[in-house]
Ligand binder design. Structure first.
Ligand code: GLY
Length: 584
């Protein structure tokens, strides 16, 4: 049995608002602001808007929009995301849900052929794979309700980057090369992202005039600049011309939703993370609840890795079985989040043997084709590095914070641009369950809770997170598909173990288990040879990866020392900057 070092009194709460201690003893703002994002030009956009008098929410609008321009493989106006906000003056915490919605003409069998088989690539490539975008509505919402600058100011850096262009770097070339064949099939996408049908050369200035015009329309008219009028008409016409099913009504009816984040207490730390339709917060809460009574520091490295693997396995099992869009499905959240349930789950973990996923009750019975291919049949190998999707973290000098994870799903999403808009469409429909038991691009399986329905949001793993305790507060998150949640867990456990330098969290070696396929994946060097041998002898099926994954962007405000620090994942090209906005 695992050694408990304090009684099982962990409280898991799904409360809105800051922890009580933060409200009753609210500290002054940090001495400096910080922005960490996956691209230096997006980080600069955030700093510029802070310098122009904006707060963290205005900076978040600027960073989101700049990423849409310079990191089109990760997120964009044609996609969606989750923006986790903390407002300093009243401690309000909220998740702005700008997740895509299924078009109203969508149905559960959208990607099945006449024989009931999933049509290869149908939920990944082309406009039929695209949900109704949420990012433009989310940016307008954040600016209107939380920012202090007009959209015309906060979107100005992105508009300039789209109009004047940015220099193509090796990362852009790599990802555009990965999707060049599909991009080349559509004239508007090829024109925007390729040169003569091939990846642009290094240093090529990539200008996106149509995207600049669409951003300008958003800046001038707010959400109506995108969801109504000429932009909306071009979006729908382009989607339908390519075989998609969007209507003007889909765009007109799209709404962001403000949701209560999931809040879980772990030792001295309060973890605030994404609400459903992201599974991130629920899974983090479940895993931390299982771990709460265990003295991780007392475990040997193999025992610790084994326990964390088993905890991940159990939480991801529940994800597959139960979770979906809360506006559409009833879920047993009270049970999933209860400490009693967590302790029962912990009790099923053998300290010496791996639990075969197939032996866990429930879903494991009929999952064809999930064991051999961790990312689903036909999934491109490069996708595992985690640049499909993006994350950024912003802290301002008032103490306002934003952690945001945004996505168009696969690199370059659906590889389709409705002509005249510059808007690269998402392929987030692949995050639904196309057919129960058939894995999606991340090897994730699911059930009816995440089936396609008109207007429904697909289940996500995006997990923008705040971790707050007496010592300070961290803002973090990462891309990485299904592995996002385990990455955030590992980072926050490091923090709880006393590592308060974000450079440590973003660089640490990573490993992951997601129930099915029943494989323990790990980055090169993440597990020692001794740990690997021990895990193998316990019955784990190990899957050593040839490259790293994830692209974490983190900020930490150490309230004790007063120091603000920030870090970008060394696996990516991001930039983390800490500076006094009043005197840069
Ligand atoms: N598209 C990846 C996710 O939302 O989890």
């Amino acid at each position: 049995m695992y050694r408990f070092f304090f009684p099982v009194t962990l409280l898991v709460l799904t409360l809105i608002g800051a922890p009580a201690w933060a409200l009753s003893n609210r500290p002054a703002g940090p001495p400096q602001a910080a922005v960490a994002s996956a691209h230096p030009l997006a980080t600069q956009a955030g700093l510029d808007v802070l310098a122009a008098g904006g707060n963290a929410f205005d900076a978040a609008v600027a960073v989101s929009a700049a990423l849409a321009v310079v990191e089109p493989y990760g997120s964009g106006l044609g996609g969606g995301g989750f923006w986790l906000l903390h407002r300093a003056y009243d401690g309000k915490q909220v998740m702005v849900d700008g997740r895509e919605r299924a078009p109203l003409a969508a149905h559960a069998d959208l990607y099945l052929d006449g024989a009931g088989a999933v049509i290869d690539g149908a939920s990944i490539n082309g406009p039929r794979a695209a949900g109704i975008p949420g990012e433009p509505a989310a940016l307008a919402h954040i600016a209107q309700h939380y920012g202090r600058l007009p959209l015309a100011v906060s979107l100005a850096p992105a508009i300039a980057l789209a109009r004047d262009g940015f220099e193509v770097d090796a990362h852009y070339r790599r990802w555009v090369g990965f999707r060049a064949e599909v991009l080349a099939k559509q004239a508007a996408a090829a024109r925007q992202f390729l040169v003569d049908g091939a990846p642009p050369p290094l240093g090529h200035r990539l200008r996106q005039a149509d995207l600049a015009d669409t951003l300008q329309a958003l800046a001038a008219a707010g959400r109506d600049g995108f969801y109504a009028g000429p932009v909306a008409e071009k979006l729908v016409a382009g989607v339908r011309a390519g075989g998609g099913i969007w209507t003007l009504r889909d765009l007109a009816e799209y709404q962001v939703v403000e949701r209560e984040p999931v809040v879980v207490r772990y030792r001295d730390w309060t973890v605030t993370s994404a609400a459903l339709p992201s599974s991130g917060g629920v899974l983090l809460a479940q895993m931390l609840n299982m771990l709460a009574a265990v003295d991780l520091a007392a475990l040997s490295p193999p025992a610790r890795s084994h326990l964390l693997t088993e905890v991940m396995r159990r939480a991801y099992r529940d994800r597959a079985e139960y979770l979906g869009d809360p506006d559409f499905v009833a879920m047993p959240l009270e049970r999933l989040l209860s400490p009693t349930y967590a302790q029962r789950q912990l009790a099923t973990i053998s300290p010496t043997h791996a639990t075969p996923s197939e032996s866990l009750a429930g879903l494991a019975a009929d999952r064809p084709g999930t064991a051999a291919d961790p990312y689903g049949s036909g999934a491109p190998s490069g996708v595992q590095e985690g640049r499909n999707t993006t994350h950024f973290s912003v802290l301002d000098e008032e103490g306002n914070r934003v952690a945001a994870t945004l996505s168009i799903n696969y690199p370059f999403g659906a590889c389709y641009v409705p002509p005249g808009t510059g808007v690269l469409l998402n392929d987030e429909m692949d995050d639904f369950v196309a057919k129960p038991g058939v894995p999606n691009a991340y090897g994730l399986v699911g059930a009816a809770a995440n089936a396609i329905a008109p207007g429904k949001r697909p289940l996500s793993s995006m997990s923008p997170t705040f971790v707050e305790g007496p010592q300070g507060v961290a803002l973090l998150g990462t891309p990485g598909g299904s592995r996002i949640i385990s990455m955030v867990l590992l980072a926050m456990l490091d923090m709880a173990a006393g590592y308060t330098d974000p450079a440590h969290w973003v660089a640490r070696g990573r490993f992951h288990h997601q129930y099915l396929p029943d494989r323990l994946q790990y980055e090169p060097g993440a597990l020692s040879p001794r740990t690997v041998a021990a895990l193998r002898s316990m019955g784990h099926q190990l899957d050593p990866l040839s490259t790293g994954y994830g692209n974490m962007q983190a900020v930490f405000w150490d309230r004790r020392s007063g120091k603000v620090s920030a870090a970008s994942d060394p696996r990516g090209i991001g930039a983390a900057r800490v500076q006094s906005v009043s005197s840069p």
